[in-house]
Design a protein around this ligand. Structure first.
Ligand code: 8YV
Length: 340
């Protein structure tokens, strides 16, 4: 026992990035990706002072019941629907996410998926690898054009804005729907126009989902919403599984009510709806929108910054940079400025 506070990292990350913790902390990093049960998670959290976790770790009242030393849960993701913030705050445990460091990588990948599905990259590659490329027919592998088509964005935070900015180069008008209107200067920069959700669904040729998963956004895109879209349209989900009703989506794609979809996230992932797996007009990807070398390292580093600051070390001592629940600091059981 080193006497240093212990940081538990729920998944393998980057040893050279994690090494930043060594001066002040004892680090226990899981060597493999494991899906912990609630009881296993509770036992891990009971035995550490800080936890760096991923989206597969669902942390609520039950998981922190015995976590008497735990001060902070640093999430490796901008979305934090895996965390019960109320329960953490009530227990005086801080929570943080990895806001902003992934915006550009996720926006790049959103376009990669959208373009890939529009130009049928997936099935064309499968066909080639299967040795079927004997001759290319002039009228084969025809896809969708982008220029002049309307890109609709549901959820216009910083990732949505980064996606919109790229649309300028593709010559695509952008409409968006969001809880609140963006400042005019940002609307101008993104060349984006606010519309209501009905208009967004009706007018989008490509509908991009970039909103967080909450009780309100669960199945925000279901059978009724899909039916109100153009049958020539594409749905792109880089946000969270559960925002789309995958059953309804599979039926719409199979029935020709929607032309195509590009999906990085799924209800119940890593399981994927079997009907989606069987369709060629959907591009499927294993939740990797933030997975660039630089960004996954930056996410790890930001989670570490939050832990370090929470324990009163480093330039941001006492002020975790991407804290989600400042109220936890007020109600905290711990003296936040103590240097352990
Ligand atoms: C994941 C994400 O964090 O940031 C998010 O909300 O969904 C992703 O960046 C990533 O897949 C690691 O689990």
């Amino acid at each position: 026992m080193s006497g240093k506070p212990r940081v538990w990292i729920s998944r393998p990350t980057f040893p050279d990035v994690v090494a930043r913790l060594d001066e002040h902390f004892e680090v226990v990093e899981e060597p493999h990706e494991v899906k912990f049960s609630s009881a296993e998670l509770a036992a891990k959290l009971a035995d550490c002072d800080a936890a760096i976790v991923g989206l597969k770790e669902h942390i609520g009242a039950a998981e922190i019941a015995d976590a008497k030393r735990l001060r902070i849960v640093a999430n490796l993701g901008v979305g934090y629907d895996n965390l019960d913030l109320d329960a953490l705050t009530a227990a005086g445990i801080a929570a943080s996410n990895t806001a902003d460091v992934l915006n550009e990588s996720v926006a790049d990948y959103a376009w990669a998926l959208m373009l890939g599905a529009a130009r049928r990259v997936g099935p064309a590659e499968r066909w080639l690898r299967a040795g079927q490329w004997k001759a290319t027919e002039f009228t084969q592998w025809l896809g969708m054009d982008m220029r002049g088509r309307t890109l609709g964005i549901l959820g216009m935070g910083r990732i949505g804005q980064a996606i919109a900015r790229r649309a300028i180069g593709f010559g695509m008008p952008v409409i968006y729907h969001n809880r609140s209107r963006l400042p005019e200067s940002i609307e101008r920069e993104c060349a984006a126009r606010l519309v209501d959700k009905t208009t967004l669904l009706r007018e989008s040729d490509f509908l991009m989902l970039v909103l967080p998963l909450t009780a309100e956004s669960r199945h925000a895109i279901g059978a009724a919403e899909l039916a109100s879209m153009k049958p020539t349209a594409m749905l792109v989900n880089i946000a969270r599984g559960g925002i789309v009703d995958d059953d309804a989506l599979a039926a719409a794609l199979a029935g020709g009510k929607l032309a195509a979809a590009a999906l990085d996230v799924f209800e119940g992932e890593p399981a994927v709806h079997p009907s989606l797996l069987a369709l060629d007009n959907v591009l499927l990807s294993p939740h990797i929108a933030s997975a660039s070398h630089g960004t996954r390292r930056a996410m790890t580093s930001l989670a570490i910054d939050n832990v370090i600051a929470m324990f009163g070390f480093g330039p941001q001592a006492g002020r975790p940079p991407t804290l989600l629940n400042p109220a936890a600091l007020v109600s905290s059981r711990f003296d936040l400025h103590s240097k352990n």
